[in-house]
Design a protein around this ligand. Structure first.
Ligand code: ZN
Length: 256
């Protein structure tokens, strides 16, 4: 009896999660109204540098992300003038739950539920309208943390966790990572080789037809880097050097 009840309850939760994901997908990829992206800045390493940087942030610091989505959407014939709007929200009281390194499938599922729970509560900011997609940006002092873990974006729950640098010079690179993780929440997949980090040909190339093929002048957003040769790639300095390739455009339903 208990066993049956437990299984029924679990199936019910699963059904709710699956249908919610399906509804989210229809809602976020209709592209007939502006998607609201909430940026929640956090001090990722407890440093004074990150603290100062976070308190000095303004919504205008993220305007490149809006411009990138508007420019690229227009190329694919999307008519809404402002496909995404980026809004800066106050810093949540706590850091998001972190996925333990080398976590198994069960731990990962549990963590993703905790993250969604965290996002739902941390994003509750009273008088402000709620955002469609919530991106928690953990700023790090580059002197203390020269390398940060991989950022992530979850389509289920429309949540992103971005590791960023608390440095004005890194603002363009941070915007590339945020735009990439937002793409994940919209259903786009990575277009780089996870073993080598190299863009995958042709879908991870901004200009696959280019002769000679290398160096590529711009990066595809889901490859994250532009190929300089068959073995070298570099991260772009800003979203001005990034495009949305046709496969990514199809995944987020800019092409139908
Ligand atoms: Zn990715």
């Amino acid at each position: 009896m208990w066993r049956l009840l437990r299984i029924t309850l679990l199936l019910l939760v699963l059904a709710v999660v699956v249908s919610q994901t399906w509804l989210d997908r229809i809602h976020t990829t209709s592209w007939n109204r502006t998607l609201w992206i909430g940026i929640y800045p956090l001090n990722g390493d407890g440093s004074q540098t990150a603290e100062r940087y976070v308190s000095g942030l303004r919504a205008e610091d993220f305007v490149d992300i809006e411009r990138f989505y508007a420019r690229e959407a227009q190329r694919y014939g999307i008519e809404v003038a402002e496909p995404v709007h980026v809004e800066l929200y106050p810093t949540p009281a706590q850091l998001p739950p972190l996925l333990p390194q080398g976590a198994g499938a069960l731990t990962t599922v549990w963590w993703s539920l905790k993250l969604r729970w965290y996002a739902a509560h941390a994003a509750h900011t009273g008088d402000r309208p709620p955002s469609d997609i919530r991106v928690f940006v953990l700023f790090h002092d580059p002197a203390m943390t020269p390398r940060v873990p991989h950022s992530l974006g979850l389509e289920k729950g429309l949540v992103g966790v971005v590791y960023a640098f608390a440095d004005r010079g890194a603002q363009g690179g941070n915007a590339v990572v945020i735009a990439h993780e937002v793409m994940h929440t919209l259903g786009a997949t990575d277009k780089y080789d996870p073993d080598t980090d190299m863009p995958i040909y042709p879908q991870g190339f901004a200009d696959p037809q280019r002769q000679p093929r290398y160096p590529q002048l711009r990066a595809e957003i889901m490859a994250g880097r532009r190929a300089l040769s068959s073995t070298q790639a570099e991260m772009p300095d800003s979203l001005r050097e990034v495009v949305v390739g046709p496969l990514t455009a199809a995944e987020i339903r800019w092409i139908r």
